[in-house]
Design a binder for this molecule. Structure first.
Ligand code: NCD
Ligand code: ZN
Length: 348
């Protein structure tokens, strides 16, 4: 049995680190294990222009622990009125790595998102021309579509037409949550890649709702059935180049998460790499963890592979239930908090 594993230093291709005191509290958990992360732009107000992203990147760099070599990769929050020239400038200047689509009202802080893709065709055309990646929150918001079918409907109604309209546009379907999502990405590779979170690999909706409501498991896209989870596990551990690591770690203040109208998003960076290792071990695929965590995503984004390594060891520890955030009574609940975690990162 493998009890120690060294892999090339991984990247997190989908991460929320927020801003201000929350940024300061959560960023170190990512910076200690990951070389780079694609930072989501859904702040309030959103990171929508090159100037916004340059300023946000500065705040992120200032929040890093001393000596950290972590690199934040910035994204542009696509809006109906996004200027293609600004997007191109940001990409060419190395400020933007990608553009992120939030269909308006699909998830946390998406009110300023796109109301109709027809309105952003000029931006997509430009991105195709300059080979700039397009990241998608792939869910429809049509109230007639059941919440468990939103990803599937997005693929049918939006993504398939988009791949035909922009065959040269590199895309990522973020936080895959369904068998349909997994299968579609496979059928559309290499144009389309997909990120997979640790929690969609572990939990089912029965864990979320079946034995006491667990507000911390409320995420978008929602956690689905065992059939979906098993398809995701098979995909992630296959080593196939179209699937890669994206934690979607998304901290919220405790009072917003545990609320009569709670917000979606799960803070998992304190246990993310360790949880992926557990899944890969259970699937007998520890030899594929490096491809998923450290190779496939970089290749999809046409970025160099990281030089360093991380070492994981099979040695248990207990995850903290919450992380303190500066400010009166502020804290964020941690995914798997209080649980015994099987793997530990011992060096990077
Ligand atoms: C994310 C957040 O909180 O910003 N929430 C979530 O449930 N995943 C946004 C997102 O990625 O959908
Ligand atoms: Zn997210």
């Amino acid at each position: 049995m493998t009890s120690r594993l060294t892999i090339r230093k991984p990247d997190d291709w989908h991460l929320h680190v927020r801003d201000g005191a929350m940024l300061k509290a959560v960023l170190p958990f990512t910076a200690r294990n990951f070389a780079r992360a694609i930072l989501m732009p859904n702040l309030v107000p959103p990171v929508a222009t090159t100037a916004d992203a340059a300023a946000y990147r500065k705040r992120v760099l200032a929040a890093l622990p001393p000596g950290s070599t972590f690199t934040p990769l910035m994204t542009c929050y696509l809006r109906d009125d996004t200027d293609p020239d600004d997007v191109e400038r940001g990409f060419r200047d190395g400020v933007f790595t990608a553009v992120k689509l939030y269909p308006a009202h699909a998830t946390t802080n998406s009110a300023a998102g796109v109301t109709d893709l027809k309105k952003v065709c000029r931006v997509l055309e430009r991105m195709e021309k300059i080979d700039m990646p397009f990241l998608m929150h792939g869910e429809v918001t049509d109230p007639d579509v059941d919440i468990f079918d939103r990803e599937k409907a997005f693929i049918e109604r939006t993504l398939i037409p988009l791949t035909k309209m922009f065959p040269g546009l590199r895309m990522t379907l973020e936080h895959l949550s369904s068998k349909e999502g997994v299968d579609f990405v496979h059928s559309a590779k290499p144009q389309v890649g997909g990120t997979i979170t640790p929690y969609h690999l572990v939990q089912t909706r029965t864990d979320w709702l079946g034995a006491g409501l667990k507000p911390y498991m409320y995420v978008m896209p929602v956690i689905k059935t065992a059939r979906d989870r098993d398809a995701l596990r098979k995909a992630a551990t296959s080593g196939e180049s179209c699937y890669f690591l994206g934690t979607d770690s998304a901290p919220h203040p405790f009072a917003r998460k545990v609320n009569v109208n709670g917000v979606p998003g799960m803070f998992n960076s304190p246990v993310a790499l360790e949880t992926y290792a557990k899944v890969f071990e259970e699937e007998g695929a520890l030899d594929k963890l490096e491809a998923f965590a450290s190779v496939n995503g970089a290749k999809h984004y046409k970025l160099p592979l990281n030089a360093g390594t991380v070492t994981l060891e099979k040695s248990s520890w207990v995850a903290p239930e919450e992380v303190k955030v500066d400010g009166p009574d502020e804290r964020a609940i941690v995914y798997r908090g209080g649980e015994t975690i099987e793997w530990r990162v011992v060096g990077s």
